[in-house]
Design a protein around this ligand. Structure first.
Ligand code: ZN
Ligand code: ZN
Length: 224
């Protein structure tokens, strides 16, 4: 979906939360506080599971003098709208259709992964997850997903076992299964992201390894 810069699509500002945005430190979110409010910024739409919203609200309350993120007046001053999303729910964000799938990550916040469809193309953004559950695989089919681009967790290198996140080998297995099960088109591409130091070689070497296994390695500044 590279031909549509995200900023021109929606006058508002959507954020899709995997887990606590305060942990992830999204600058827009942190720059909003009940004391300072928000001046001149578009409304921030924050989509996340109820567990993630609760976690965000607790952190917000702790760090910002007991202000309640879920209080509608606080929301108004922050120019922020919270949308609580359940796993397997589809919703519309501007001109995009988004579907949430369960991540295998932090069950205390009901972590989610998202597929985003728009302009006849679709992307699955699957980072911060261990092996996808059967529930998620079945849901791909129930929702008739066909991904043009898959961005998938690749935390651990080729000789590391996967655990709380995917390893290179598990990444390759996931991509192979997506191809086998018709979740890819002939022109689909897969990108590795969330790359840790554990067992991943330097970028050119990892890129060679990836090319041999039919995927690409994302890097800062990449445009798809
Ligand atoms: Zn992670
Ligand atoms: Zn995480």
């Amino acid at each position: 979906m590279g031909e549509h810069p995200a900023s021109t699509l929606n006058p508002d500002e959507p954020i899709i939360g995997k887990h606590s945005p305060l942990v992830n430190g999204h600058p827009h979110f942190l720059s909003r506080s009940p004391e300072f409010g928000v001046v001149g910024a578009p409304c921030l739409h924050f989509y996340a599971s109820p567990g993630t919203v609760q976690r965000a609200a607790r952190a917000f309350e702790r760090d910002l003098d007991g202000a309640n993120l879920l209080d509608s007046q606080v929301g108004e001053r922050l120019n922020l709208q919270i949308h609580q999303i359940e796993a397997l729910q589809s919703f519309t964000v501007g001109s995009y259709q988004v579907t949430a799938f369960p991540a295998n990550h932090d069950p205390t916040v009901d972590s989610l992964l998202y597929a985003v469809e728009g302009g006849g193309r679709s992307i699955f953004y699957g980072t911060d997850t261990a092996t996808l559950s059967e529930e998620t695989w079945q849901a791909f089919h129930r929702h008739e997903m066909r991904f043009d681009v898959v961005v998938l967790d690749h935390t651990y290198g080729p000789d590391e076992p996967g655990s709380d996140h995917l390893s290179a080998r598990q990444f390759i297995e996931h991509i192979a299964r997506m191809r086998e099960e018709g979740l890819f088109t002939d022109r689909s591409c897969a990108f590795a992201t969330h790359i840790a130091h554990e067992g991943n070689p330097v970028h050119p070497e990892l890129a060679d390894f990836a090319a041999r296994h039919g995927y690409e390695v994302a890097y800062d500044g990449l445009t798809v």
